[in-house]
Ligand binder design. Structure first.
Ligand code: MN
Length: 489
């Protein structure tokens, strides 16, 4: 996270004299240092001397564009900075853009305030001039107002930074498709060219045969090393070690294949396993635990989002996983969703040390696959779905509360999460289905809807949020309005 750099660009002009410019640099440097030391700021802020001309602004924006480490640009107007001179630079900017509206001093010094002080501390009108030009240019941006030392303010910056880091990851993401989508399924499909244009994803297919070759080439020593990792991270709760060793073999092969091609996300498809003896279950779970994105049944969109959200959540540590709405519990007043998958839920969300077990799988027509079985954590989380509407991508986010799992479900040996969606199951499910949200999603305890809203804003994709205030009538209207807005974008 700290390796991601954000350029802090402070605007001014020559009007106030050299002395003022020196003070601006002194203040803004102190602000950058303060923010860098703040626990809510996960990345690095790089300070620049204040900009006063169109050429200076254009130059620093291009530097940001060309700097691989730069994940975004933060602007702030300590004084008035005429915005015509920002047009060339802002038009050229291709990195995420945050505009801060703050002031170096918290309070007006009632007895000392004079015209010099007014000239120096002009964010109140300088940031309005700056905001106008961004609005006029229709730039995707985030605006955060408040006092720069307040927790509320730095938290918001931190959220936006994580979104921008997700954007950086998205724009360099390579997704490995092993086989195609599950036959006849619609929601896991999508336009891969549009995904490349809009989100930066290179989604490439390889045949299962290429993976099988890699699986066959894995040595017993490599399997031993992988088994040692399993024994360390999981409780070996099976006598069928041969089955677990086969998952180890698959994982070693998949990891090699992913790393060689610089793929950070992948999907499988249980319909197309060919000579693979097991659907990769434990293998996929353990790869997710190491940060790879995963999707089942050919779902490359959810695989990519799992990876991106894991990167955005780095260092928070409560967990982010590929998820699926599985089964409802419709007890009056205690309605819940059981989220799980056939096998592949990321152990990062486990509330206990996961157990490795081997059980039959009703589908896929292969040997019984080993998988990690566990109950997930309690607490606030979100589920995120990205769908292709034909003319655009839509992101749907629902706030949820993961529940304590009182029951053992001995005959359902998979990893599971039990959650109550907000505002309630009835409204949430109705809204989710009207919006076209998938059964596959990414569940994260680390991220909030604000992270995802910021991500969608930077990417220029549609965003809808189902939360405690959602009311179906208004939500449907929002979808209808969005249809008009996004068709014209
Ligand atoms: Mn599925």
């Amino acid at each position: 996270m700290k390796e991601n750099v954000f350029y802090f660009i402070v605007g001014s002009q020559f009007l106030y004299g050299e002395e003022t410019l020196v003070l601006i640099d002194r203040d803004s440097k102190q602000m950058a240092d303060g923010l860098n030391a703040d626990k809510n700021i996960p990345c690095t802020i790089k300070w620049f001397p204040c900009v006063k001309t169109s050429e200076e602004i254009y130059s620093v924006m291009n530097e940001a564009n060309n700097d691989e480490a730069c994940a975004g640009v933060i602007t702030w107007m300590h004084t008035f900075s005429p915005s015509k001179m920002w047009v060339k630079g802002l038009t050229a900017l291709r990195k995420p853009y945050l505009h801060l509206n703050t002031q170096f001093n918290r309070e007006i010094p009632w007895n000392e305030i004079d015209m010099d002080f007014m000239n120096l501390n002009q964010s109140a009108h300088g940031d309005r001039e700056h905001g106008y030009i961004a609005a006029r240019l229709r730039l995707n941006r985030k605006v955060i107002a408040g006092y720069w030392q307040d927790e509320e303010f730095t938290k918001e910056i931190g959220i936006w930074m994580r979104a921008a880091v997700g954007v950086k990851e998205s724009r360099q993401l390579r997704v490995l498709r092993i086989s195609d989508n599950m036959r006849n399924v619609a929601v896991t499909e999508g336009d891969k060219v549009e995904a490349l244009i809009k989100l930066g994803w290179a989604v490439d297919h390889y045949g299962v045969g290429d993976i099988i070759k890699e699986v066959e080439a894995v040595s017993e020593e490599e399997i031993d090393a992988q088994m040692a990792r399993y024994n360390n991270n999981y409780i070996m709760d099976t006598d069928n070690i041969d089955s677990v060793r086969y998952q180890a073999r698959e994982e070693v092969a998949l990891k090699k294949f992913l790393d060689r091609g610089n793929f950070k996300a992948f999907h499988t498809n249980f319909e197309d396993l060919q000579q693979l003896r097991q659907l990769p279950g434990l293998a996929s779970q353990d790869l997710m635990l190491q940060g790879y994105g995963f999707g089942a049944e050919g779902d490359w969109k959810v695989a990519a989002m799992t990876r991106i959200m894991k990167v955005m959540a780095e260092g928070i540590g409560k967990g982010t996983a590929f998820m699926e709405d599985y089964t409802y519990h419709l007890e009056k007043g205690n309605e819940m969703i059981l989220g799980a998958h056939m096998l592949e839920v990321c152990p990062s969300i486990a509330d206990e040390k996961p157990k490795i077990q081997v059980h039959p799988l009703g589908i896929g027509d292969r040997e019984d696959p080993a998988r990690a079985v566990f109950k997930a954590k309690q607490g606030k989380a979100i589920v995120v779905s990205l769908i292709d509407m034909g003319d655009r991508f839509r992101m749907i986010v629902n706030d949820i509360e993961c529940q304590k799992q009182e029951h053992d479900m001995p005959r359902l040996p998979v990893a599971g999460v039990l959650w109550k969606p907000l505002p309630d199951l009835k409204t949430s499910a109705t809204a989710w289905i009207y919006a076209g949200g998938a059964h596959h999603s990414v569940l994260s305890y680390d991220l909030t809807a604000e992270h995802m809203r910021d991500f969608a804003e930077i990417m220029g994709i549609e965003f809808v949020h189902i939360n405690k205030d959602t009311e179906i009538g208004a939500f449907r209207k929002e979808l209808e309005y969005n249809d008009v807005i996004w068709r014209n974008k």
